[in-house]
Design a protein around this ligand. Structure first.
Ligand SMILES: *Cc1c(COP(=O)(O)O)cnc(C)c1O
Length: 402
């Protein structure tokens, strides 16, 4: 099923999709077109509303050849009809929310998600007159109960940042569609190759391309992939009107990274598996959450839904004091693993995330939802993005502090 819409294998797609050799110069590698405007061959002005895929380039906020190259590449990797690139992952999330929701609508969002998305959904959407329900989607029944007659959008995240909890994307798609709502998912942790979100019925798949797709920690960007009619609507509203476009330079960097995504993701998974297994044997580590390990509470779902479990591990070390002490030690002693936020880069990254703090600033959960979170995260977790260094070196580095 995975990648059923792809015309070539994933490695060929990652390298060639969107790229055509330059007929003017014969250049094999894609160019960076920094031009903000394009010479017009038509005397009549045209409105963004008249824009079609056949329209010539006019202005870079509408479309730019280098950004279009990356959009075609990500659409092909995700097995989607089209893709819109945005200035950041957050711009991708706000593009979805502010294009497909309006005053009086109801949206259901995952109770655990990237913190910025959590805050956007909890603080900004209600201010715009959208009712928001915050739901633990790891059990689809919770979603079914939250649906209302005016539910227009269901936004999931799997695996969910920062705890690695999964949601059944096919089950969520069905519930959303039965209710006449769109299902958008944040697939940043999995990348386009970790799960076939489109094949599982998702309408809009968003990514922070700052993470696995770019893969080298040197360019911030975002993307939304999905059906052509939905992406065209997004392009008009979010790109042309809201204006959060990706720069051609970043598009070029991200495309250069995307070309090796299939190879990198395999290596991330192999490295993460070795590190996760080692972590499970450490007496100071009290719990390891990695979807590739049989000990993951949703291992069966991971096996069913994911084609690559990528490089994201969460692990506990006991209480808050233990976590803070070890985090301090990491800042002082780690040589290979960088103590820093972000993820999906070739460099390994680790960051301590205390549960009480995140509950207060971002998630604001109560009762059963807090318990579900704590079942994965306890009082706090280290979020480890296993990079592409040799696993033995990552392990030796962590061994100094664990
Ligand atoms: C990083 C991240 C985002 C936000 O992306 P930016 O590119 O930093 O704006 C959104 N969702 C997830 C899951 C992320 O990890």
């Amino acid at each position: 099923m995975h990648g059923s819409n792809r015309k070539t294998g994933p490695m060929t797609t990652a390298i060639h999709a969107g790229e055509t050799p330059d007929t003017a110069t014969g250049a094999s590698a894609p160019a960076i077109h920094m031009s903000s405007t394009f010479i017009s061959e038509d005397v009549s002005g045209f409105s963004a509303h008249d824009l079609t895929p056949e329209s010539p380039y006019a202005y870079a906020r509408w479309a730019n050849p280098t950004v279009a190259m990356l959009e075609a590449k990500i659409a092909a990797l995700q097995g989607a009809e089209e893709c819109l690139c945005t200035a950041s992952g957050m711009a991708a999330a706000s593009a979805i929310f502010f294009t497909f929701l309006q005053k009086g609508d109801h949206a259901v969002v995952s109770d655990v998600s990237y913190a910025g998305v959590a805050e956007l959904a909890r603080d900004t959407l209600p201010r715009m007159g959208v009712d928001v329900s915050v739901v633990d989607m790891s059990n689809p029944e919770n979603l079914a109960r939250a649906i209302r007659p005016n539910t227009r959008l269901v936004h999931s995240e799997s695996p969910a940042n920062p705890i690695g909890r999964l949601s059944d994307l096919a089950a969520i798609s069905k519930i959303a569609h039965d209710a006449g709502a769109l299902h958008s998912t944040d697939a940043t942790f999995a990348s386009p190759l970790g799960q076939d979100a489109i094949g599982l019925g998702v309408d809009l798949v968003m990514h922070s391309t700052t993470k696995y797709i770019g893969g080298h920690g040197d360019a911030v960007g975002g993307a939304v992939a999905g059906r052509a009619d939905l992406i065209r609507k997004l392009r008009l509203e979010a790109s042309i009107h809201h204006g959060g476009i990706l720069s051609p330079f970043n598009a070029w960097l991200i495309a250069r990274g995307a070309a090796t995504l299939p190879l990198r993701l395999k290596a991330h998974q192999a490295g993460a598996m070795a590190v996760a297994q080692w972590l499970e044997d450490q007496p100071s580590v009290t719990k390891v959450i990695y979807p590739g390990l049989p000990s993951h509470p949703q291992y069966d779902l991971a096996q069913k839904q994911m084609t690559n479990t990528s490089g994201m591990i969460s692990f506990q070390v006991g209480g808050v004091e233990d976590g803070e002490r070890i985090a301090r030690d990491m800042i002082d002693k780690l040589k290979i693993v960088h103590y820093a936020v972000s993820l999906g880069h070739h460099r390994s990254l680790i960051f301590w995330m205390e549960t009480a703090g995140l509950m207060k600033t971002s998630f604001r959960l109560e009762g059963a939802q807090t318990q579900s979170y704590r079942a994965f995260a306890g009082d706090g977790i280290f979020r480890l993005s296993v990079g592409l260094e040799d696993a033995e070196d990552i392990i030796a580095d962590l061994d100094q502090v664990l």
